[in-house]
Design a protein around this ligand. Structure first.
Ligand code: FES
Length: 293
């Protein structure tokens, strides 16, 4: 029995010691986490507070307070009551709605505004670039000039007149070929052919190179892959899938107008309304089935 009590006592002592140790460790953890003041510091703070209180109590009355007491005594009033100092006002954070946007909001809105502005300008530029021009440039109707003047210019230019504003070539078209042309070309192309002028888009129907004239052969000959076309733009050789494309045309009062916004696909391979063969050496290789000398 005695042994049992001894063991029980030892157990109680051990448990108490463990609890005390755990409490000490926890206090030290808390102190290290939140920080605690040393005892001397706490005592210094306490004495400083005491000194402050006694200073407040012993503080001499201000001149205003003395004058007020004297005035009250003169009129038979009671002892002047010194107003307690009002407590400091509680800080109330300002309402964002009241003082406007914060710096972060301002920056965010500025970035979004600039981004939106940039997108708008880019969109307007793209639309402006793609929109057919109405000021007489490529993509619009261009009044090229009087038919008779143009024919003379073509002659003076050696058979090929280039109009850069319309990216087009003008060549003379023989009236003797009109009967065949009516079987092949659309009315919008025939308008200028009947007036004696072929209007051709400079872009090669093969892969889009600009097709130059060849003065020696009196054909168009593409330097990119060697496609060749006669003066009417009908294919004579090379890899192009058809003849040169045309534009829609009008002739009113002897004046030729070309709608460069309306490209009309060139005639199919084998079309040869004018029967024009190469009139001299080719500039690009040899035409398949055409004159190469
Ligand atoms: S682009 Fe003209 S022949 Fe290929």
């Amino acid at each position: 029995m005695n042994g049992f009590f001894i063991v029980l006592s030892v157990l109680v002592v051990v448990v108490l010691a463990a609890v005390a140790l755990a409490g000490a460790i926890r206090r030290r953890d808390v102190d290290s986490a939140v920080g605690s003041l040393a005892r001397e510091t706490r005592q210094r703070d306490k004495s400083a507070r005491k000194a402050e209180m006694s200073a407040v109590v012993d503080a001499p009355a201000t001149g205003a307070e003395v004058e007020r007491s004297a005035a009250l005594a003169r009129v038979g009033g009671d002892v002047a009551v010194i107003d307690e100092p009002s407590p400091p006002a509680v800080f109330v954070p300002p309402d964002p709605e009241t003082y406007g946007v914060t710096r972060r909001q301002f920056l965010n809105r500025g970035v979004f505004a600039l981004f939106g502005l940039g997108l708008t300008v880019f969109g307007v530029a793209i639309v402006g670039f793609l929109w057919p021009s109405s000021s007489g440039g490529f993509g619009s109707k261009i009044k090229v000039g009087s038919v008779s003047d143009l024919k003379s210019e073509i002659e003076r230019s050696g058979g090929f007149l280039y109009k850069p504003e319309g990216r087009m070539w003008l060549t003379n078209y023989p009236s003797s070929a009109l009967a065949k042309a009516e079987q092949v070309y659309s009315p919008a192309v025939l308008n200028s052919l009947k007036a004696g002028i072929a209007v051709l888009y400079q872009k090669c129907p093969h892969l889009g190179c600009r097709v130059p004239d060849c003065k020696s052969s009196q054909w168009f000959e593409c330097p990119c892959h060697g496609s060749q076309y006669n003066q009417a733009g009908e294919k004579k050789g090379g890899p192009a899938p058809r003849g040169m494309d045309n534009f829609a045309t009008e002739v009113n009062g002897g004046v030729l107008t070309v709608n460069t916004g309306q490209v009309i696909q060139g005639p199919p391979i084998g079309t040869n309304t004018t029967g024009q063969e190469a009139e001299g050496p080719n500039c690009i290789g040899a035409a398949s089935g055409g004159h190469s000398g």
